[in-house]
Design a protein around this ligand. Sequence first.
Ligand SMILES: *Cc1c(COP(=O)(O)O)cnc(C)c1O
Length: 391
Amino acid sequence: MPKQLRGFNSNLVHAGEHPDPTTGSVIPPIYQTTTFAFPTNESMLDLMEGRSSGYIYTRYGNPGYSTAEAKIALMEGAASALVLSSGMAAISTAIMTLANAGDHIITHADIYGGSFGLFHDLLPRFGIETSFIDVTDLGKTESAIRSNTKILFLETPSNPSLRVCDIESLAQLAHAHDIKVVVDNTFATPYNQKPLEFGADVVIHSCTKYLNGHSDVMSGVIVGSEDYISECTNVFRKLGANLNGFDVWLLIRGLKTFGLRMERHNENGLALAKYLSTHPKIAEVHYPGLPEHPHHELAKRQMKGFGGVLGVEIKGDQEAVNNFLNRAQLFTRAVSLGSVESLITQPVAAVHYSVPEKYRELGGITTQLVRISVGIEDPEDLIDDLEQALA
Ligand SMILES: *Cc1c(COP(=O)(O)O)cnc(C)c1O
């Protein structure tokens, strides 16, 4: 684990940072290069054979990586981290490092639509089968375990239903059967939840969301033990899932204000959840920070705050959803989440469009469900906009 300061924000600003050794530039340059020069042919062989460290080709790594990785590993309390070109690159690399043909995975239906597609459509072609079950039920999870189960893949709070599962109990169950626990911590973020402290083996993020936070970079990260991350590094180089020099530079810039942004996302998320939960046009608000959320007590034990994503069930049909979304002015109609600006979307219209009906039902992904990602604007403006959109 990199050297640690006492405060969360201090680490975000300082971990992995050093002035550029050649120019003294306080902010490191963007290493916008594909390839790196070697003084001699022998020095290239030294690097290949592990006698020296450095860079050779950007698909293998770029100098910005270690700065971003140091910050994220510290936040998650992990030994090591690997940044990649997207959240999906992180998930596919993390899974392909752990699973082989003939293996079995357990997960739930209310996960990110892209992750669902990976497990449901792509992995079966490589002989890896997945069961989609209700992981909020420990008994059902235990019954789903087979002799070839290798991975329990969790997303908590889940996308888009905002259900919360018990990482600690599930990790105990999984480890008793020699199963690795991988947690997609994108929604919660390490500001609010640290899955490794509850026994998870691996954490992944779409850094496209809160960690970068400005809707301008695709990126992902895997965190875990040093040995596991080194295995992931070998896999990701073969898959070509590298992050480029400019994007990692933007990610580093975004990470420095991550803690401050999360404070505001948490406040705004709770304020909007409270406001919407009493609105006559709203049937239900799914937000783990509300006392009436079925997993509120668990969420309080597992999370420090509850983030900026809300699932909101509108009263009425598709037309009522269209009207609400079309009238929104400050909330932008767009997929994605975790950025400084507020976004609104109907999951079945895009992110979960390809999830088959039976899995939508299992995951609570209804037509009436609208996903709101609350930004860092002032809550009074956000509430004004929701008020007029619902009027
Ligand atoms: C967006 C997202 C992903 C995928 O990340 P990309 O950066 O879009 O590849 C995975 N999991 C969750 C929870 C997400 O929100």
